[in-house]
Design a protein around this ligand. Structure first.
Ligand code: ADP
Ligand code: MG
Length: 308
């Protein structure tokens, strides 16, 4: 996944040692990569991308599950979250291919915009089959990290571990109690105008947290900052004033996908969706001289101080 992970296991049953858990985690994450990576040419996803168009292709249960959630978020976000956006991601230099030498031509953007769209996908569950009605290319990068966190969490639970924190590249999920025997608390990174980063404490036991933001993953050309999230409706990197979106949800795939979706939608439309669906969402909006915090009603309880 091009990133690092961090796991805290507070206590484990007898016979479950660090080395064996580490080995299980590594092979689980390798399995997720082999299913969903766009950087592994023979991953299940890349073989699917190169497979037949117009006929159902059998897919693994994990791939079907992540695509099902992705299509759900596609509909809920009115197409802001779209796992067929890959060719545009590559065009702008954020995919497996390198950064572009210059900003892509509008004609090239328009050509790819006409091709993409999750409406080209038809998923059938049990048995799991996925059909590409047009030749679209799937890219699960915006949700696979969160799914990886969920997979590791379930693996730990299968080992009888109930108090843990799993984090992959900033997306995380907690269970039970922290090493001090209290509720887990995490800090949301909040950049200040002065370039410092503060950590806003949030209580998040038995929840997943994911953040989508442009202040760490972007490049600049001619003084313009280009984010690696693409708006599938314009074919261009996000250009609005949202610095980051944090979502708390029951599972990390959902939190991860929604964070990207809401980031693409922007503050107003994103918070409307959050209120409509009761989603716990925290946003940092860029202002002239710093950042403004905005959050949904469902996020407020996580910010309250509490004794635990
Ligand atoms: P962030 O943490 O900023 O949300 P992620 O790593 O979760 O970033 O997702 C960014 C990746 O998702 C991009 O590199 C690209 O592969 C893919 N992506 C970009 N735009 C979209 C989009 N609108 N919908 C779904 N996936 C996208
Ligand atoms: Mg994401």
């Amino acid at each position: 996944m091009g990133t690092r992970y961090h796991i805290t296991v507070v206590d484990a049953p007898d016979g479950v040692d660090r080395e064996s858990v580490q080995a299980l985690v590594d092979s689980e994450l390798e399995a997720v990569n082999q299913e969903m990576s766009t950087y592994i040419p023979d991953s299940e996803l890349m073989r699917f991308n190169g497979g037949p168009v117009g006929q159902p292709v059998p897919v693994s249960a994990p791939l079907a599950k992540v695509v099902e959630l992705s299509l759900d978020i596609y509909r809920r976000s009115d197409g802001a979250f779209d796992i067929t956006v890959g060719p545009l991601v590559n065009l702008w230099g954020f995919g497996p291919t390198a950064e572009p030498e210059q900003v892509p031509a509008q004609a090239e953007i328009d050509r790819l915009l006409a091709e993409i769209g999750s409406d080209a996908l038809a998923l059938q569950r049990n048995p799991d089959r996925l059909t590409r009605k047009r030749d679209v290319q799937l890219d699960l990068s915006a949700i696979a990290k969160g799914h990886g966190v969920d997979r590791v969490a379930l693996l730990l639970e299968g080992q009888g571990i109930t108090n843990y924190l799993v984090e992959i590249g900033g997306e995380l999920r907690t269970s039970g109690r922290n090493p001090d025997g209290r509720e887990w608390r995490i800090g949301i990174e909040s950049p200040t105008a002065a370039g410092q980063v503060v950590h806003k404490p949030v209580r998040v036991s038995n929840r997943a947290v994911a953040t989508s933001g442009d202040y760490r993953n972007y490049y600049e050309r001619d003084g313009v900052r280009y984010s690696h999230s693409i708006d599938p409706r314009t074919g261009r990197p996000l250009s609005h004033r949202l610095a980051s979106v944090t979502v708390i949800a029951d599972n990390c795939a959902e939190a991860d996908g929604l964070a990207t979706a809401l980031n693409v939608m922007g503050a107003e439309a994103g918070l409307q969706l959050a209120e409509r669906e009761g989603l716990a969402v925290f946003m940092l909006v860029k202002t002239g001289n710093g950042f403004q915090e905005r959050y949904s009603s469902a996020f407020a309880p996580y910010l309250e101080e509490s004794e635990s």
